[in-house]
Design a protein around this ligand. Structure first.
Ligand SMILES: Cc1cc2nc3c(=O)[nH]c(=O)nc-3n(C[C@H](O)[C@H](O)[C@H](O)COP(=O)(O)OP(=O)(O)OC[C@H]3O[C@@H](n4cnc5c(N)ncnc54)[C@H](O)[C@@H]3O)c2cc1C
Ligand code: FES
Length: 276
């Protein structure tokens, strides 16, 4: 079992920009009190406003982009009280953040075949820097494909920003309002028919039923896969057991039947975990 990351800290940041995106989300750019080391894609922070509007328990959010050593963006979909409070922030609002936490995407390996990054809705958040870092680590742009699905175009958050990364982006919408008319698994099947799946690696983040279907697809094609899970979390630092994820016997996580998403994940080798 992993330990809490040594670089974690609790600090008060200020909202710099609150930019609405899509039907129900926002990009919250926070200015930290001091510069921090470059963040690894796939890791996360626990966030809450430093006032009574947020619930007492902070909520976990993936790092979307680190735009400067002291400025970090989060892509946030509004669900309940915690996200509503963050969405109501204005420049200057104080936000407590704890992190960076957890294990991000595995090291990106150049020349190891095509990588399909399969995101559903807000599940795109950990992929923006993931793509930037894969490119920086020598993965050829032609080997990276983001397959980004949502109910409609309005749920493909910041699609133009993703499209500007210089890798292939396949949008997929249930209603056909953008890109491929269908869900991400159908888009994967379509791509497999056109290009084959030789040496493809799959990385996925999104709603659990979507990830399950993506992993079934990966299994049917004998593809290596990784998942970024979004369990409920209490503490974010391995204490409360609120983020338990079932482990697969014989996997690399050891013999214990559960792992903790906050410190062993949120990114896991798909073969190691049972999805909820
Ligand atoms: C490691 C990690 C990274 C995450 N990264 C992001 C991110 O980058 N951007 C982002 O928007 N969210 C992300 N999430 C999910 C986010 O933490 C939740 O959406 C948030 O905690 C909801 O808090 P709330 O107080 O607004 O809603 P709550 O009051 O806690 O819930 C309101 C309603 O929404 C439902 N709900 C809550 N969370 C989810 C969910 N994840 N999926 C489906 N239904 C849900 C609840 O069942 C409830 O019905 C991440 C979660 C984890 C564990
Ligand atoms: S959220 Fe508390 S142990 Fe993981």
């Amino acid at each position: 079992m992993a330990a809490v990351a040594p670089d974690v800290r609790s600090q008060i940041a200020e909202v710099h920009i609150n930019r609405p995106v899509g039907a129900d989300a926002l990009v919250l750019e926070l200015r930290l009190p001091e510069a921090i080391d470059p963040l690894e894609a796939g890791r996360f922070f626990m966030l809450r406003r430093d006032d009574d509007l947020s619930p007492a328990i902070p909520r976990p959010f993936s790092v979307y982009r680190q735009v400067a050593p002291d400025r970090v963006e989060f892509l946030i979909k509004v669900f309940g009280r915690g996200t509503q409070a963050l969405a109501a922030s204005q420049p200057g609002t104080r936000v407590r953040l704890i992190g960076p936490l957890g294990q991000g995407w595995p090291a990106w390996q150049p020349d190891s075949g095509p990588k399909w990054l399969v995101a559903g809705g807000i599940g795109s958040a950990p992929f923006f820097m993931g793509i930037q870092q894969a490119l920086a680590q020598g993965v050829a742009a032609k080997d990276l494909t983001l397959i980004y699905g949502g109910r409609s175009k309005r749920f493909l958050y910041d699609l133009d920003q993703f499209a500007g990364l210089g890798v292939r982006v396949i949008a997929a919408t249930d209603d056909g309002s953008a890109g491929f008319h269908g869900n991400v698994v159908q888009a994967c099947q379509d791509l497999a028919t056109r290009e084959g799946t030789q040496a493809v690696q799959v990385f996925t983040c999104g709603p659990d039923p979507m990830m399950k279907a993506v992993l079934r697809f990966a299994q049917e094609h004998a593809l290596e896969a990784w998942v970024s899970l979004e369990t409920y979390m209490g503490c974010g630092v391995g204490i409360c057991n609120g983020c338990a994820v079932g482990t697969v016997e014989g996997g690399t996580l050891g013999d214990w039947p559960v792992a903790k998403c906050c410190i062993d994940g949120p990114v896991f080798r798909a073969a190691d975990v049972e999805l909820p």
